[in-house]
Ligand binder design. Structure first.
Ligand SMILES: *Cc1c(COP(=O)(O)O)cnc(C)c1O
Length: 225
């Protein structure tokens, strides 16, 4: 994986340090997380609180940053705030309000990425979660003004439908443009989380700062996450 990212950076004319690997450990046990940590991985991601909470607790002694990347229900927010350093799936105001309340209560600062749905339909929502590009600014301002939360940037999952279906690099380039717009008002929100096992090269080429890789590191998942 290290080699694949290094090659993608070289091809894109970027320095390796510009891209952070987040290993998506969903469906894999805490013992695998421990091995990854020993191998030098510093960022892991999970998408279900039921699995993530016990895993994070079992790995609390490790120097890891935990990212939450799944659709998040407000009744899970208190638990997630207990271990997550970054929530990458911010997609509605109610979630921001709940996260802020629990972060303050826990005395923690939680980093937030707005999840952008590049396949959003008329309802403004994407099939795989996220908010339409037109909804970013309002949510970003809300995060930035919420105690206990820090606006870190944007995240997307390459759409399976709509104008960007099968055009991952174009999708990631659009996310970069949206990030440029966002940074005018919020210069510290520099994170751009894009790219998974199948499309990390396109994400690195487009300018992603973080790639989220599961199967290409750990193998095909034992069951669907
Ligand atoms: C599972 C998942 C990934 C990793 O996908 P792979 O194809 O296994 O690399 C990345 N991002 C999100 C949001 C995921 O749910």
């Amino acid at each position: 994986m290290e080699e694949r990212i290094a090659r993608a950076c070289a091809t894109a004319g970027r320095r390796r340090e510009e891209v952070t690997l987040i290993v998506v450990t969903k469906t894999y046990p805490a013992s695998d997380v421990r091995i990854l940590s020993e191998l030098g991985v510093r960022h892991v991601a999970e998408n279900r609180d039921q699995d993530a909470a016990p895993k994070a607790a079992a790995c609390a002694d490790l120097p890891l940053k935990w990212h939450f990347v799944g659709q998040l229900q407000t009744n899970k927010v208190r638990s997630v705030v207990g271990y997550a350093d970054v929530v990458q799936s911010i997609d509605r105001a109610r979630l921001v309000t709940a996260l802020s309340k629990e972060a303050v209560r826990a005395g923690r600062e939680v980093g937030c990425l707005i999840q952008v749905a590049l396949d959003a339909d008329a309802s403004g929502r994407g099939e795989r979660g996220g908010v339409a590009p037109g909804g970013i600014e309002e949510l970003a301002d809300l995060v930035a003004g919420s105690p206990g939360l820090r606006l870190d940037g944007l995240m997307t999952v390459a759409p399976l439908t709509g104008e960007y279906a099968g055009r991952e690099q174009a999708a990631f380039e659009r996310l970069m443009d949206l990030s440029t717009d966002l940074r005018r008002a919020h210069p510290a929100a520099t994170m751009v989380s894009a790219g998974m096992s199948a499309d990390l090269e396109q994400a690195v080429a487009a300018g992603a700062t973080h790639v989220r890789v599961g199967t290409a590191v750990l193998g095909v998942r034992p069951r669907l996450g």
